[in-house]
Design a binder for this molecule. Structure first.
Ligand SMILES: [Zn+2]
Ligand SMILES: [Zn+2]
Length: 455
């Protein structure tokens, strides 16, 4: 479809032969694995710029211009290539599309068509072999390796880009890509500082080459850093993460866990205090009448994802705690046996039909030794639940860790019904772990039991 190769595009595969990327790299053939065109653009040229910077003095005006042009071209990628074309998160008028196609081209990251196609594959096949820049292959691979080393284009997951083929701006930019890159990447930044304040060479080196280098490295961080550093507030089954550092580096693309969950939202940051200049740019364009149909997920949907992830974290924490042996795994004791064992000196206490061995706890009992001893060998359900003292939630939790058996028949309560409740689906998390809620312990009576002593 394209007559000219993209700046950082993997070369087309020879369909008859085995693709070089699918062969073992050896000392003899390593150079065949390297994509030299991309190496030139993303390593060689920046290196040349760094060397030239040694004898080209940096003027203040040129420095300011380089930073401004960094933002223009960077936003061309984030607001244009990424959020407009790859994700259709808003619609843009023709003048804005032309502007974004031009400044985005100045970032030297391939044509919109190629970039958006790979990016859609990245979202569809995140972390798999079909992901063009899967972080599972290493941080360096996701940052640069996927461009520096040849890739078999057949491996990359297929995506639909018919909408992009229908956008004349995208098609025009793809066909004229080399001209766009040279003009917007090097000539324009040089012309501005040359005609503006006579600094032709400085404009070429700083606003051109070195600015390209910084924009490239910054946006590459979305593929590497944003899949490696930070939190996962919405879903932790894949690698995307949220982090302020990534956001600062990538003009707001750092809330990547959110972005992978809600890719067609024009925002990456949803909190007012988070840094997302790309979002602010799109919003400003809307106020200027250049952008419209800004897409946003309902906060109801966003919060659902957040709650589910929180729930998962809570489940993991809960699973690490000792909640006591489940009732249905405890041995059944006859009442007489229970009484007999206490007489023989074992510190057993029955509460709500569950027998607890408190021998080692008697000395630590906050209510004193005498009080706890008075319940040994008896049914202490009422005593524990307000008859003598209305025990705390913490006390019920602690008690459950001392369970050693259940009384046949259940004592004062219908213990087996309770065991069933403790065991039911209703009180289990998604991994099958029991959820013992505060106030729902089997030893807990629904209402405190008032007696004359307690009043
Ligand atoms: Zn990603
Ligand atoms: Zn994306």
């Amino acid at each position: 479809m394209s007559s000219k190769p993209d700046a950082s595009r993997p070369r087309a595969a020879d369909t008859k032969k085995v693709h070089i990327a699918d062969t073992q790299m050896t000392r003899q053939n390593w150079y065949k694995h390297v994509n030299w065109l991309n190496v030139t653009f993303i390593i060689g040229v920046p290196l040349a710029g760094c060397i030239q910077a040694f004898w080209v003095p940096l003027q203040l005006k040129t420095a300011i211009w380089a930073v401004i042009y960094y933002f223009f071209t960077g936003l061309g990628i984030t607001a244009g290539y990424h959020r407009l074309w790859a994700h259709c998160s808003y619609s843009a008028t023709l003048p804005l599309r032309i502007w974004l196609a031009l400044v985005g081209g100045g970032a030297v990251e391939g044509s919109i068509r190629w970039w958006a196609r790979d990016h859609r594959a990245h979202h569809r096949y995140t972390d798999t072999d079909k992901d063009p820049y899967s972080v599972r292959k290493g941080l360096l691979y996701s940052h640069l390796g996927w461009m520096v080393m040849k890739q078999n284009p057949k491996r990359i997951g297929r995506t639909d880009i018919t909408d992009l083929n229908e956008d004349p701006v995208v098609v025009w930019q793809h066909r004229n890509y080399i001209k766009v890159v040279l003009t917007m990447g090097l000539i324009v930044p040089m012309l501005v500082s040359g005609l503006g304040w006579g600094d032709w060479y400085g404009g070429f080196v700083y606003a051109g080459i070195l600015r390209i280098f910084f924009v490239q490295q910054a946006t590459f961080c979305v593929n590497s850093l944003a899949h490696w550093l930070g939190d996962q507030p919405f879903d932790d089954r894949n690698s995307p993460r949220d982090h302020i550092i990534t956001a600062l580096v990538t003009l707001g693309e750092g809330y990547h866990n959110f972005h992978h969950e809600f890719p067609s939202d024009y925002r990456n940051a949803i909190e007012w205090h988070q840094y997302d200049p790309t979002k602010w740019t799109i919003w400003t364009c809307k106020q200027l009448g250049l952008a419209y149909d800004l897409k946003q997920f309902r906060s109801n949907e966003i919060e659902k994802g957040r709650v589910q992830q929180l729930q998962k974290k809570i489940d993991q924490k809960r699973a690490k705690l000792d909640w006591g042996t489940p009732l249905d795994q405890l041995p059944v004791m006859e009442w007489d046996d229970y009484v007999e064992q206490t007489k023989n000196g074992r510190g057993l206490i029955s509460i709500a039909g569950v027998v607890h061995d408190v021998t080692d706890f008697i000395k630590d009992h906050p209510g004193g030794k005498a009080m706890i001893k008075s319940g040994l060998g008896k049914d202490a359900t009422a005593m524990f639940n307000g008859g003598v003292y209305y025990h705390s939630n913490g006390a019920h939790n602690l008690l459950s860790t001392m369970r050693v058996g259940v009384i046949r028949g259940g004592g004062e309560v219908e213990i087996w019904k309770r065991a069933q409740k403790e065991n039911s689906e209703y009180v289990r998390d998604e991994t099958g772990q029991r959820i013992i809620r505060a106030g729902q312990q089997v030893t807990k009576m629904p209402e405190p039991i008032p007696t004359a002593d307690a009043a």
